[in-house]
Write a protein that binds this ligand. Sequence first.
Ligand code: G
Ligand code: G
Ligand code: NA
Ligand code: MN
Length: 254
Amino acid sequence: AELETGLQRALRNNEFVLYYQPQMDGNNHVIGAEALLRWRLPSGELRLPADFIHTAEETDLIVDIGMWVLETACQQLALWQRADETAHLSLSVNVSARQFVEPDLVAKTEAILRQTGADPRGLKFELTESLVVTDFVQTAQQMKALRKLGISFSLDDFGTGYSSLVCLRNLPIDQLKIDHSFMRGVLTDRNDAAIVRSIIALSGSLGLQVIAEGVETIGQRQFLSDAGCHAYQGFLYERAIAEEHFSRYARQKH
Ligand code: G
Ligand code: G
Ligand code: NA
Ligand code: MN
């Protein structure tokens, strides 16, 4: 309950911030970012989502927090789109299951796009399987409506769930995001290597984009590139960083 009160205060007092983790192509150019939520306490301490997202979801505060995230992300995307060196960047936003089943998500998203002037072709929603399995029919409808606005979809943590393939069959996904847990063993574990190669091949056969997360070493990146994956996110490049640092990074690696 203390955390719940804290989260309500955080929303009121504007204590949330978005950090941005770069997404790279094979030429070391920044192609986009994942927006990752941070909570800046009045003391200055920065809290990570692992400490509070769960409570935000249990208390439904995630719905309001999620709208704040979307609005802030779209404001940022619109700014990037107005400058030549950052106009091409895509921005991925995590959308939780609870937020996705809100009946007015589409209308609110449309209003935010209009207010911010962000071009939705640069906007991706990252969904996880947990969302998707609750109700395929409703999820697919919601996705189609958002797609009509120009938004695309990435399936996060791909390969870790029980129903990854059913999701692919039933939902209009644009991109698979290979979970970071597979990256650890990609050079040392034959199973991890085979799984990652298969996900990349699958994305190719289905005509989907694919991005690997948790890329920490040049060896891992080489493995991925040999396997046909050309989009990377991970500590090899950068962690999630504040916007001013991200913009500088993106302009340098343009
Ligand atoms: O930033 P970090 O790597 O610690 O994020 C951990 C996890 O927290 C992410 O993988 C994601 O699932 C979740 N997360 C981060 N930012 C957001 C957000 O804005 N909304 C939601 N719903 N989840 C987020
Ligand atoms: O949405 P999701 O939970 O997948 O968010 C990505 C998470 O992965 C964040 O918590 C981020 O801090 C973490 N992450 C990003 N890059 C790396 C990396 O290279 N290695 C590891 N271990 N974690 C990473
Ligand atoms: Na994510
Ligand atoms: Mn993920």
